[in-house]
Design a protein around this ligand. Sequence first.
Ligand code: PLP
Length: 460
Amino acid sequence: MDHSDLLKRTADLALEFLDGLPERRVGQATSVDELRAALGGPLPERGEDAGRVIEHLARAADPGLIGMAGPRYFGFVIGGHVPASLAADWLTSAWDQNATLYATSPANSVVEEATAGWLLEVLGLPAMASVGFTTGCSMANFTALAAARHAVLARQGWDVETDGLFGAPAIDVVIGDEAHATILSALQMLGLGRERVKRVATDGQGRMVPAALREILASASGPLIVCAQAGNVNTGAFDPLEEIVPLVRERGGWLHVDGAFGLWAGAVPALAHLVRGAAAADSWATDAHKWLNVPYDSGIVIVAHPEPHRAAMTISAAYLAQTEGRERDPFDWVPEFSRRARGFTVWAALRSLGRSGIAGLVERCCALARRFADRLREESGVEVLNDVVLNQVLVRFQASDALTREVIARVQADGTCWLGGTTWQGKAAMRISVSNWSTAEADVDASAAAILRAFRAARA
Ligand SMILES: *Cc1c(COP(=O)(O)O)cnc(C)c1O
């Protein structure tokens, strides 16, 4: 098949998948053995025709694809892709730009620059902050905490990038008891240790308790990093940032905010109270592939102080034609050297939605989450465990761990929608996350009906 026919046929295959999404079974429709048989086997000695390779891939992968880009996937916190962003992703692959330097892709460099400015404006963060485009919020947390590590040690006269951590002043790292697992993985990779952190008690919604933070800070004497959270992955709750900021400031610490999806509340006037105080932090991590509905993978790190951000990430070598500060070299702001030109998809999503479209997307998901909660709690025996302040709903059935898990398994087997479970403060719960731009009221109603059907069947 020639190049042009191949790409046109591939576009048709992609469209077939996308057109089928609203009707498709949301969960997987096959087994690991079937997938291995269809996709594994020995590497062929001689190459196959590209058209046949793609037909094979599309056919064989299909039953193992999850409908997570569609309107009734409510597992984890997963967005879909707004059309302009998907189209930009196709172009990104066709252009195949290496996003290391301005010199390797001037267009990407300038697009990242423009996109960074729009993001800061939409999220209500300081205009002078530096921005990096990472694989996701995990790497955004990692990058921000590397900048934090640099800054708090530099104030003690220690250059951590040059001399490492051996012999360095001990850093006090303080996190909320409900910090996301990727904060811990960032700490483990940065040599700050997963277990040597001080954990601040949280309340019934998973929010840091300011009095508990105050107490911990009173006993901490070294260089200080505090990690707060905007948007708990189970409840959607926000740490009280407005109260946390002055406590960290008083101690001269660095405040990082993990806002993988919650930071987007800042784009909506009616929700901005949830992130009040966030703009006074030192660094933030968020995702574009969750609530902004950009295709994977796409995260964003933002640092209020460009100097430590760059110092923690930059690489120098004689053959790198770095620009003298006038143009943006994207590798200054992320851990990777060569990488995909990730700015294009975010640029396209922001531009196609506009300020009001972004706010509308976030607000709509929150309204749909409330609708979900209302539909479900109409049934006796169904309890919503959290205050539905954002897009997350935690549901428990008949006050029973076993029954709750049974309902989740039945919903997953039914295929109308997909959602998972969690343990919230010792109790099994169903997690619902509404994060997709294309989810409509009818999807929520059909999914709530499927959940209640599963509940009645499990109870019987
Ligand atoms: C999803 C999430 C992360 C990790 O983000 P990835 O994009 O999966 O790397 C970190 N923190 C919170 C609060 C999250 O919800």
